[in-house]
Design a protein around this ligand. Structure first.
Ligand code: GLC
Length: 706
């Protein structure tokens, strides 16, 4: 038997009930005043959700020396020397801050998402963080919900592929390096009613299985270390007290062997939900449902021993949970290497990391409009004006949840643009007010207006009832548009904003999800053509908030929208279609699709062989560019109403001008399964394949599954 396989069982045998419960207790911290409870074995892990130790005025958010001291108390002064686990929300980068996850999704590049996760993990572990609460896999189709910023968008297929990439990257860690990852928030947190955070999720079993669960299943299949249960109640049962989710689906059906941590104080919130009379009942419900670690509620620490003593909870439940915690610590090498190397000084983002962040940010930028091919701009023009509330922003570009990012690391948009201009170019900027005058605009001839929202208008508890630009910005854009200049709008946000009028007023529009420390350089690279706008929308852009929920994979209706008809599924006061479709994004070149070929027009479900198709893509423009070739499938006839189409494949390809490439795809019959009320099933019948640059598709073919 290896030492590894004996350590946990032998430790468990030596642990008292209280010490086992201590491993299930997670506190906010660590802080000086907690060294005693660490010494007593009363806490197994910490969630470091703000500055830790060190001088509050210091820019260092995480003091390695302090965390080592807390660890030393656990390893050298507690009875069994079990190391503590330090968790932190390293959501989109530690010190090297990348685009927010919604922006990472806009790259449609699993490789890039994996590379960002790898770098974040290495920087975090160097700062003695052992566990990150990412990736966030909540599908969301409602831009009012602020946390749409932290997820990978509206589509289960795209989100699942990016989940796999992130989890595999975190799992590549060598012993003593890297961090454990956590798929959250399980489940359907993004279906919050009204887009209001923490609100109920009332969805059908079909939607749960076809839309909200697949990314978590993909993460489990990729080996995710931990799962975080969500705050919301799902169809009436809070997820922290939901054995159907946490035991039946997660463990019995999916074979998940990692640990489940509740979200912040969620056990005590079972009383607010009205499903627990007191904290003891909440602790019992959560332990029986399958929560292993209680994040900061103190409910396990205060109640589990008594619940066992009075026979209301089996000690075996606690043993299983404690074993999962110990195995995670062992897998991270914490028993052998519990301490991080002291860091002499704050580790500024390395050049390589900056380069990755810059490339990823450019690749996340979505070109929504480019009238007259006004972009890319020439750097050798006479003058250019840069204006708008985010033109000189620093911290805002870090996006939501970058507690270890430094504003001073951020390249501002104005600085990025300035670095592109030749010596003769006059740069007119809005200065402190950030807004230029009409005469300045006319003097420049070209105006770049950098608009959008502060990250505090998205992220956790960042729900808004109106998804237009923040007050005042549109009015100023209107006046700039009336100046008769070439107007380029750069809209920076954490969500899909309703920017219909911006698209009418501006000649070109770049859509940027908070881009991270290299945002200014990336935006300038795209504006001047040193990088292409590589992004494609991971969420549907609505015309107005009244269209929400709006998404491309909507279910068929008995009266599909018809322009000329009134009696159909449409609005009297607004075009029912989105402003821009899921998957949309213009390039600086043009691509043509041809030669869509199917290997066979009939495919047998039973033998599991996939639908094989190929398509030729040609760059017919005059410059190199990338294209995200997307495959959608429409189930034309089924026992239940199906979505009009669903993404089932994509590949990002870069082609020199004039070059072609034939891409091949496989769609397995299992990928076409849907939940029929009892199980996931792939039904025989006719399917339509759509291939193209976005969810509208360009070429189509039919295939029959038999
Ligand atoms: C928060 C979030 C969760 C985060 C946790 C720890 O409230 O819902 O995403 O990981 O608490 O900070």
């Amino acid at each position: 038997m290896t030492q590894e396989s004996t350590r946990v069982p032998s430790l468990l045998e030596r642990m008292s009930l209280q010490e086992k419960i201590g491993q299930l207790n997670q506190l906010p911290g660590p802080e000086d005043r907690q060294l005693e409870i660490i010494r007593a074995g009363g806490v197994g892990s910490f969630v470091l959700n703000r500055r830790a130790g060190g001088d509050p005025a210091s820019p260092i958010s995480v003091s390695v020396e302090f965390l080592n001291r807390a660890q030393r108390t656990a390893v050298e002064e507690s009875r069994l020397g079990i190391p503590i686990l330090i968790g932190r929300d390293v959501i989109h980068g530690f010190r090297t801050v990348f685009p927010i996850p919604l922006g990472q999704a806009a790259t449609w590049d699993p490789g890039a998402v994996g590379a960002a996760a790898r770098l974040a993990a290495s920087e975090a572990r160097a700062h003695s963080i052992h566990w990150t609460f990412t990736p966030m896999l909540d599908i969301c189709r409602d831009g009012r919900w602020g946390r749409i910023a932290e997820g990978f968008g509206e589509d289960p297929w795209l989100c699942s592929r990016l989940a796999e990439a992130a989890v595999r990257a975190y799992r590549e860690r060598a012993r003593g390096e890297g961090v454990a990852c956590c798929a959250k928030h399980f489940a359907a947190y993004g279906a919050a009613e009204g887009g209001r955070d923490y609100n109920s999720a009332e969805i059908s079993e079909r939607s749960l299985h076809d839309i909200y669960l697949p990314p978590f299943h993909a993460a489990v299949a990729a080996g995710v270390d931990t799962i975080m249960s969500a705050f919301n109640n799902l169809n009436g049962l809070p997820t922290a007290a939901n054995p159907k989710l946490l035991r039946e689906t997660l463990r019995e059906q999916w074979g998940f062997t990692g640990l489940v941590v509740s979200d912040w104080n969620a056990l005590n919130e079972l009383l607010n939900h009205g499903v627990a009379r007191d904290q003891a009942e909440a602790a019992a419900l959560a332990a029986k449902a399958g929560v292993d670690i209680d994040m900061i509620a103190g409910a396990f620490a205060a109640n589990l021993a008594q619940l066992v003593a009075k026979g209301a909870l089996s000690e075996s439940v606690i043993d299983e949970a404690a074993a999962r915690v110990l195995r995670l610590k062992e897998g991270l090498g914490l028993f052998d290497q519990p301490y991080a190397k002291a860091l002499a000084s704050p580790q500024a983002p390395a050049a390589k990391g900056r380069e990755l962040a810059r490339r990823m940010a450019a690749d996340s930028i979505v070109l929504l409009k480019n009238a007259g091919d006004i972009l890319p701009l020439s750097p050798s023009r006479d003058a250019i004006a840069v204006t708008g509330p985010l033109a000189s922003a620093k911290d805002e570009l870090l996006g939501t949840w970058a507690p270890d990012g430094w504003g001073e690391d951020v390249v501002r948009v104005i600085d990025g643009i300035r670095s592109k201009l030749g010596p003769k170019v006059q740069l007119i900027d809005g200065g402190v007010s950030n807004w230029i005058s009409i005469s300045q605009a006319r003097q420049a001839g070209v105006v770049v207006a950098v608009l959008g929202e502060h990250p505090l208008r998205s992220g956790e508890a960042g729900a808004v009832s109106d998804i237009g630009l923040p007050p005042g910005q549109l009015e100023i854009l209107r006046s700039l548009a009336s100046a008769g200049v070439s107007l380029i709008a750069v809209v920076i946000s954490g969500r899909p904003l309703a920017i219909k009028e911006v698209l009418e007023l501006a000649d070109a529009v770049l859509y940027v999800f908070h881009p991270g420390i290299e945002g200014g350089n990336a935006i300038a690279d795209v504006l001047f053509g040193d990088a292409e706008p590589g992004g494609r929308l991971p969420v549907t852009l609505p015309r107005s908030v009244g269209q929400i929920p709006i998404y491309y994979a909507y279910h068929r209706t008995g009266r599909p929208p018809e322009p000329a008809l009134r009696d159909c599924s449409q609005y009297l006061d607004e075009d029912w279609r989105p402003l821009r479709e899921f998957g949309f994004g213009l390039s600086y070149t043009r691509f043509e699709y041809s030669d869509l070929k199917l290997e066979r027009s009939r495919v047998e479900i039973r033998d599991g062989s996939p639908i094989r198709l190929s398509v030729k893509v040609t760059n017919v423009g005059d410059r190199a560019g990338s294209e995200v070739v997307q495959i959608y499938v429409s189930d034309l006839h089924a026992s239940l109403v199906r979505p009009v189409k669903e993404l089932k494949g994509f590949e990002k390809v870069r082609l020199e001008a004039g070059r072609s490439r034939t891409l091949s795809f496989e769609v397995a019959p299992a990928d076409l399964a849907f939940f029929n009320g009892r199980e996931l099933v792939t039904e025989p019948g006719e399917f339509k394949l759509l291939v193209g640059p976005d969810s509208c598709g360009e070429l189509s073919a039919r295939v029959e599954l038999i």
